[in-house]
Design a protein around this ligand. Structure first.
Ligand SMILES: [Zn+2]
Length: 424
């Protein structure tokens, strides 16, 4: 078992993300290369199944005013705003064309790990030097990883050029570490997923948190440059999101399949995908009202403002809700519920009352999806401990607090519950 904590954007009243998320990591032996890459399936564009949203649902004007007041009064809040702007400004240095390449479509595989053996040159020393996820990623050099020991770059071939040619360019096989996206296979049969690893962490550590920071920067400054960049990124994400299918397009998915298992997800694995859809939904809730005036994006996409909003709401938010229903998005206890609340709130007319009832009260055939109130009495012991290890149990508390923050006012009851207070 391994607990994975990743850095996240922060803000005093913003919901906290990603602390204590965890995955069960199994080390697969790869003595023989028996992975099967199935042919790519492009999911057709979808149209909205519900009326388009009509209001911002997460940050009210009074909440934004409170944030600005806190920034004016408290140095800590001010430094958090500075961090958000710094991250957002870094994203502004990329053109839309560059971001379109970085936000690769579903044909480029993902891998949260690169290889159990470490580096082809330095072996497992990379873990001692660089930690659990040791390779260095750079937005200026997509689809490449750099070794933390000597700085060597992998793969040796130009994958970005190959991708941008629509996979038509010939792959340079005359270099040592060639990766066509599905990994370089070493003489001993071990597969090293350079491109997939770079792609995964580019999305998960840079692009998606970057998009959220841009949205929050717009919330705090009203600067349309931020909103326009977010709107473009949301449009791009909605263009590639429906075809994202982790079980067929990732290192872990293929390895699980080769052992008769299944490891679902969308852009990333089903556990971390709770963050992907949460961040994306929040970003859309902040900028959706700017889309109708964004003539630049409308021209680029060949869609009116309303058509753009419909496109994002159907192909990102509704597709996310479908993935939550079909367990392609399913996180550790509480993260699933938190993501579902965010997406339902933001999509606004997709059946939020019914969803909230399910999230709060209904038991499920899957323990991790039991309703929150049900869980307080059925999955938590009398001393306040859930049934996982101490580290994972702390994650429950964290998620409960995020859920309470996100719930509409009429549903906020958790802090009044003695069963909930016992968890602290
Ligand atoms: Zn190395």
């Amino acid at each position: 078992m391994s607990t994975i904590g990743k850095k996240s954007p922060v803000f005093p009243f913003f919901f906290l993300f990603l602390c204590g998320l965890s995955l069960t990591i199994s080390v697969f032996a790869q003595q023989t290369d028996n992975l099967y890459v199935s042919s790519f399936h492009q999911v057709p564009e979808m149209t909205p199944q519900f009326p388009l949203k009509t209001a911002a649902m997460i940050y009210s004007d009074s909440l934004v005013a409170l944030a600005l007041e806190n920034i004016r009064r408290f140095p800590t809040a001010c430094s958090i705003k500075d961090d958000i702007l710094k991250a957002a400004n870094r994203m502004l240095t990329f053109t839309d064309d560059e971001l379109e390449v970085l936000m690769a479509d579903a044909r480029v595989p993902r891998g949260f790990d690169l290889c159990a053996k470490g580096c082809p040159v330095h072996g497992d020393s990379v873990f001692k030097v660089g930690g659990f996820y040791p390779r260095i990623i750079d937005m200026q050099h997509p689809f490449q990883v750099r070794c933390p020991i000597d700085g060597q770059v992998f793969p040796s071939n130009d994958y970005a050029g190959y991708y941008q040619s629509g996979f038509k360019d010939k792959i340079d096989r005359n270099v040592e570490y060639t990766d066509d996206g599905w990994g370089w296979i070493a003489p001993d049969g071990e597969r090293y997923w350079f491109v997939a690893y770079a792609n995964h962490w580019l999305w998960y550590d840079y692009l998606l948190p970057g998009m959220l920071n841009l949205a929050r920067a717009y919330l705090l400054t009203d600067d349309n440059r931020y909103a326009a960049k977010v709107a473009f990124m949301l449009y791009r994400l909605a263009s590639v999101y429906p075809s994202m299918n982790h079980e067929d397009q990732s290192r872990y998915g293929l390895m699980s399949k080769s052992h008769g298992g299944c490891y679902p997800g969308k852009l990333v694995n089903h556990i971390w995908e709770t963050n992907v859809i949460d961040w994306a939904a929040e970003a859309y809730d902040i900028v959706w009202k700017t889309v109708d005036a964004d003539t630049s994006l409308q021209k680029r996409a060949g869609k009116t403002g309303e058509e753009l909003r419909a496109f994002i709401e159907a192909n990102l938010l509704e597709d996310g809700l479908d993935a939550l229903d079909t367990e392609k998005i399913k996180g550790n206890y509480g993260t699933h519920q938190r993501a579902m609340i965010t997406v339902q709130l933001v999509r606004q007319y997709a059946g939020i009352e019914e969803a909230l009832h399910k999230i709060l009260y209904e038991p499920s055939s899957v323990n991790l999806q039991n309703g929150v109130k049900y869980t307080l009495y059925n999955n938590i012991f009398r001393d306040g401990q859930p049934w996982e290890s101490p580290g994972y149990n702390a994650g429950w508390l964290h998620s409960f607090m995020q859920i309470e923050e996100k719930l509409p006012a009429d549903y906020k009851e958790l802090y009044a519950s003695f069963r909930f207070r016992k968890i602290f």
